[in-house]
Design a protein around this ligand. Structure first.
Ligand code: AMP
Length: 457
């Protein structure tokens, strides 16, 4: 049986034109699963990550439904999308504008860091779709500058991150002002986030269908370099960057201080580099990202929070100079490469302190990182079990799993309220000792193992 195409899922001519203009040839697994279910009017709880095509998975069915009917209240927003960060909001707005190009619908963005009065003026024009971060939107709700009494679609994007960032109170405040008969579509990279089930119970009114998309980064070559200490890692990094074949690379550090240090180090070594971390201003951030997108810089040094949700084509290499704190964080980082079915490569530098964490991340993801070495830079530390480097050349690529383009999503229908183990949670390396198949969220028998990204944010 052939896999359904966009023509089977979307009948609206304007939307089809926009899909063609974007060059999307076939729906991604999350789109295949979510579009028909949302088009039937169902609430959805979708476990899927950034980069899997989830933005179009919620935008397409919602826009199609809204185009087909009159609004309930012309004064009210019709679709509200809540997302944890400004960067993600910007990307959703961009995608929404592309999909709405041949319609009369307008999109508005409401995030912190911009003047309230301009946002209020924009809101007075009643855009059909609003994308925003919960904090600023909650402020507008308090000021009554926006109206959700006729809301048809409420989307919670990266719900786990919103919880993580302490935004659930604002999310609930906003959700409580939305029309009860709305359809709610909730997306989360993981379902094990503490408090997520509680939030789901409060924002999803009525039955919901659960969709699990197993999108581990298996189109991405995942490797590790064993290191003695940070100085050794810097030397390995220089060798790697000189040898590796990439258009763009992102290097992740765990702290702002380290990001700045590495930025200077790479500049000193004549690399075209930019840095993204919590201390840079919004304007600097924009310039840094523009330069990286345009290819004026080829390397971005970033911390996790600063890089969340980045969707930049052509990132062929991700380096974890500090290993990620958890399996989920690792997925988010690695998901910056291999976007939308492109191939990518992730190299993690692991020292003695990070060894156990790395092994638990491997177990969590069900992969084994290929151990590589840089000629002449072998360190003293080779792992607790004297694991020998394979000595493979830097460019050697090895798939960690097979891509399965024909896999289908298998929706789960029941919402279970049982508490989940803390597997996959951030900064809890000890908990990462099992695969992420947790009660009620075990992958369906027919797994979707095709990977369009993220791995996220
Ligand atoms: P998202 O997960 O929504 O952030 O999407 C990740 C990237 O995949 C974005 O650049 C999208 O434009 C792109 N994308 C989404 N759906 C498709 C598709 N069906 N075919 C190709 N690219 C897609």
């Amino acid at each position: 049986m052939t896999q359904p195409g966009f023509h089977d899922l979307i009948s609206d001519v304007q939307l089809r034109k926009a899909i063609d203009a974007l060059g999307y040839e076939a729906p991604t697994p999350v789109q295949l699963a979510a579009i028909p279910a949302a088009s039937q009017g169902k609430n959805l709880i979708v476990s899927s990550k950034t980069g899997s095509g989830k933005t179009a998975a919620f935008l397409l069915p919602a826009i199609q439904a809204m185009l087909a009917r009159a609004s309930v209240n012309p004064e009210s927003t019709r679709m509200l999308i809540l997302t944890p960060t400004r960067e993600l909001a910007r990307q959703i707005v961009k995608n929404a504008e592309q999909l709405l190009k041949f319609t009369s619908f307008k999109v508005g963005m409401v995030c912190g860091g911009e003047e309230l009065k301009y946002q209020k003026a924009m809101l007075r024009k009643n855009p059909e779709v609003i994308v925003g971060t919960p904090g600023r939107l909650a402020e507008h709700v308090s000021h009554k500058s926006t109206e959700f009494s006729g809301l048809e679609f409420l989307v919670l994007d990266e719900a786990d991150r919103m919880l993580d960032m302490g935004l659930s109170e604002d999310v609930l405040k906003i959700a409580n002002t939305c029309r009860n008969e709305r359809q709610t579509l909730l997306f989360s990279a993981t379902m094990e986030q503490k408090g997520l089930r509680h939030l789901i119970k409060q924002v999803i009114l009525g039955e919901a269908e659960e969709i699990y998309i197993d999108d581990k980064p298996n189109a991405i070559v995942q490797q590790m370099l064993i290191a003695d200490d940070f100085k050794h890692k810097e030397k390995l990094l220089l060798a790697l960057l000189q040898k590796a074949d990439f258009q763009k690379a992102i290097i992740f550090t765990n702290t702002k201080v380290r990001a700045t240090q590495l930025d200077n180090f790479l500049r000193y070594n004549k690399f075209r580099v930019g840095a993204l971390h919590g201390d840079i201003t919004q304007d600097q951030r924009k310039v840094t990202l523009d330069h990286f997108r345009q290819g004026r810089t080829s390397i971005l040094v970033a911390t996790d929070v600063a890089a969340r949700g980045l969707d930049i084509p052509g990132v062929e290499l991700v380096v974890n100079i500090d290993m990620a704190y958890s399996g989920d964080e690792y997925l988010h980082r690695v998901g910056r490469t291999g976007r939308a079915d492109a191939e990518g490569r992730a190299v993690s530098m692991v020292d003695a302190k990070e060894w156990n964490l790395t092994k638990s991340i491997e177990r969590y993801l069900g992969v084994t990182f290929e151990v590589i070495a840089m000629p002449g830079l072998k360190g003293k530390y080779q792992g607790p079990d004297k694991i020998k480097s394979s000595g493979k050349s830097v460019g050697t690529k090895k798939k960690t799993a097979v891509k399965d383009k024909k896999a289908e999503a298998k929706p789960k229908v029941k919402v279970r309220e049982r508490d989940k183990k803390n597997i996959g949670n951030r900064r809890v390396p000890k908990a990462l000792t099992e695969a992420p198949a947790v009660d009620g969220f075990a992958p369906p028998k027919k797994k979707i193992s095709k990977q369009l990204d993220d791995g996220g944010e």
